[in-house]
Design a protein around this ligand. Structure first.
Ligand code: AP5
Length: 221
């Protein structure tokens, strides 16, 4: 199944993509994770993307689109994937649609994460991440075993540059201006399903599962 997760920063797209990806045995394709990995690796793309990301602004369409379309060519995507954080602009949505049309593999469903802004701010400002990319924790909702340190490599956990309150404001502005209009784009294609993204992660996963299209019944013997 090919699924798009659409939602504001901190709405739980990444958390849910991991949970659902495991259940459906399809990979989570996160543009944020791919870009952060390029930044850590010091690649040309990473150097170009870093300033945009640190400021909470969107990375230019052509860079992100190429990155994700290349990732989608990999073998593990043959049976489907969950797009987490892509598309975020109309240009990206059209590029995705075009690429999938060529291969005759349309998107099955777009899940729209509905959540109040004050919940997002608490989630994002309290997030702490491993500087070596080993995962993320939260000062209120999920502390590491070695409080303040990465459970895998023991590095001191840090706050993402774009999780500072002033940057969250910019991210929200970008979301409203560029990404929110995609709801209409996908509504027009009858692909959009809205879920409430507040509550515990298991309840939210159950809502997403209920919103997935059901496979056609097996033919009678
Ligand atoms: P990205 O990393 O994708 O950031 P984002 O969309 O702002 O997403 P987040 O990871 O902050 O939030 P999320 O919705 O995934 O929630 P999560 O599960 O992590 O992108 C970063 C940057 O990269 C962008 O700003 C941009 O610069 C660039 N970029 C990426 N894609 C791009 C694109 N397509 N085009 C252009 N530029 C692009 O949860 C957040 C926190 O909440 C965590 O601490 C989590 O533990 C906690 N949490 C989650 N669910 C719950 C719950 N149910 N209850 C309590 N806490 C919860």
């Amino acid at each position: 199944m090919r699924i798009v997760f659409l939602g504001p920063p901190g709405s739980g797209k990444g958390t849910q993509a991991k949970r659902l990806g495991q259940k459906l045995a399809v990979p989570q394709l996160s543009t944020g994770d791919l870009l952060r990995s390029a930044v850590r690796g010091g690649t040309e793309l990473g150097r170009e993307a870093k300033n945009y990301m640190d400021a909470g602004r969107l990375v230019p369409d052509h860079l992100v689109t190429q990155l994700i379309l290349n990732r989608m060519q990999q073998k593990d995507c043959a049976d489907g994937f969950i797009l987490d954080g892509f598309p975020r602009t109309k240009v990206q949505a059209e590029a995705l649609e075009k690429a999938l049309k060529v291969n005759r593999i349309p998107i099955d469903v777009v899940i729209d994460f509905d959540i109040a802004e004050k919940v997002l701010v608490e989630r994002l400002t309290g997030r702490r991440v491993c500087p070596n990319g080993h995962g993320e924790w939260h000062i209120k909702f999920r502390s590491s075993v070695l409080s303040g340190f990465c459970d895998v490599c023991r590095a001191l956990l840090i706050q993402r540059e774009d999780d500072q309150e002033s940057k969250i404001k910019t991210r929200m502005e970008q979301y409203r201006k560029d990404t929110e209009p995609l709801k209409k784009f996908y509504e027009a294609r009858k692909l959009l399903r809205r879920i409430g993204a507040t509550g515990n992660p298991a309840e939210i996963t159950a809502q997403i599962e209920a919103a997935l299209p059901q496979p056609p019944p097996a033919p009678a013997p």
